[in-house]
Design a protein around this ligand. Structure first.
Ligand code: SF4
Length: 309
């Protein structure tokens, strides 16, 4: 039994299971135009894993059937998948609210030509990731990444994001290195820098604690900081976050149609618990909505301080 599972059981045995599926997260593929240091999927331009056209159709049918509050599309960079517009189109037709997670720079790639207007037309929410805790940090300003992000944010504003009802723009931030995020401080800085200095309004700032799996884990291992980082996550365990763990209200569909509790478990190679339907071909809402969660020690990233995930 993992240490994290013991902690959760000690607080509330019911919290070891899912409650319902509000969010259906779809990892459409691992190819990305970038290779960020914190990426728990180790995505990069050389990854080739991608959801098949057949599975995209099945995912759209499942979403239309179970009607989650949100289908949350991630990757990799979902913009680079040739089937993305078909998936979004089917979800719109079915009346299922949809969100795309973007690193912003992927929206400048040739595959994404015209995509911003398509997203706006289909009322797709945008959760834009900025790779750093502050627009002024040297790590974020490396190369022209930040400038490209700002260019795309301005294109999103021109398409109506941030000002038109239904065109929601949120910002996700991962801290650089081994620090834990301070949501209140980040919110203040990003409101001042993005909204104040650059005139880019956004709805919510979501601070994401780095999860020690994938490329982040490799980086921590190389620097000798893996043990101390994991310890700092354990020490920051906040029992009040357990009720709201994202995995208890969501389900992840991977590019190969397999099912996981969340994108982090997928990145760690963990599919749903044994005995639970593990592929979209055997989707069973009742069994999946109340499944036991497959907790592991990287889960401490979701319960650190104010919680994350
Ligand atoms: S890493 Fe996934 S399974 Fe673990 S607590 Fe976070 S959301 Fe739940």
């Amino acid at each position: 039994m993992s240490e994290f599972l013991r902690c959760v059981e000690g607080i509330d045995t019911a919290a070891t299971h899912a409650v319902r599926i509000d969010t259906l997260m779809v990892n459409i593929g691992l190819r990305c135009n970038m290779a960020c240091a914190h990426c728990h999927q180790s995505s990069s331009p050389t990854r080739t894993e991608a959801m098949s056209a057949g599975d995209i159709g099945t995912v759209a049918r499942i979403a239309a059937d179970i009607r989650p509050r949100l289908v949350d599309i991630t990757g990799g960079a979902p913009e680079l998948h040739p089937g993305l517009r078909r998936l979004i189109g089917s979800l719109t037709e079915a009346g299922v609210p949809t969100q795309i997670r973007t690193n912003l720079t992927a929206l400048l790639e040739p595959e994404a030509e015209g995509l911003i207007d398509f997203l706006a037309t289909n009322r797709v929410r945008v959760l834009a990731s900025l790779s750093g805790v502050s627009a002024n940090e040297p790590s974020v300003r490396q190369g022209d990444v930040f400038e490209r992000c700002v260019t795309v944010l301005r294109q999103l504003l021109d398409a109506g994001y941030g000002s038109t009802p239904g065109l929601r723009l949120d910002i996700a931030v991962n801290p650089v290195g081994v620090s834990l995020p301070d949501p209140a401080q980040l919110e203040k800085r990003f409101r001042a820098e993005l909204e104040g200095d650059l005139g880019i309004p956004f709805e919510e700032l979501i601070a994401i604690t780095n999860v020690p799996i994938g490329r982040m884990r490799e980086k921590l291992t190389r620097s000798g900081e893996l043990g101390s980082y994991r310890q700092s996550l354990r020490l920051a365990f906040n029992p009040r976050t357990v009720d709201l763990l994202a995995c208890r209200y969501s389900l992840e569909i991977a590019w190969d149609g397999t099912l996981s509790d969340c994108d982090f478990n997928l990145g760690a190679g963990l599919r749903v618990a044994p005995g639970v339907p593990a592929h979209i071909s055997e989707f069973d809402l009742d069994a999946l909505a109340t499944r036991p969660i497959r907790f592991a020690d990287h889960c401490f990233a979701c319960t650190a301080d104010a919680g994350s995930g």
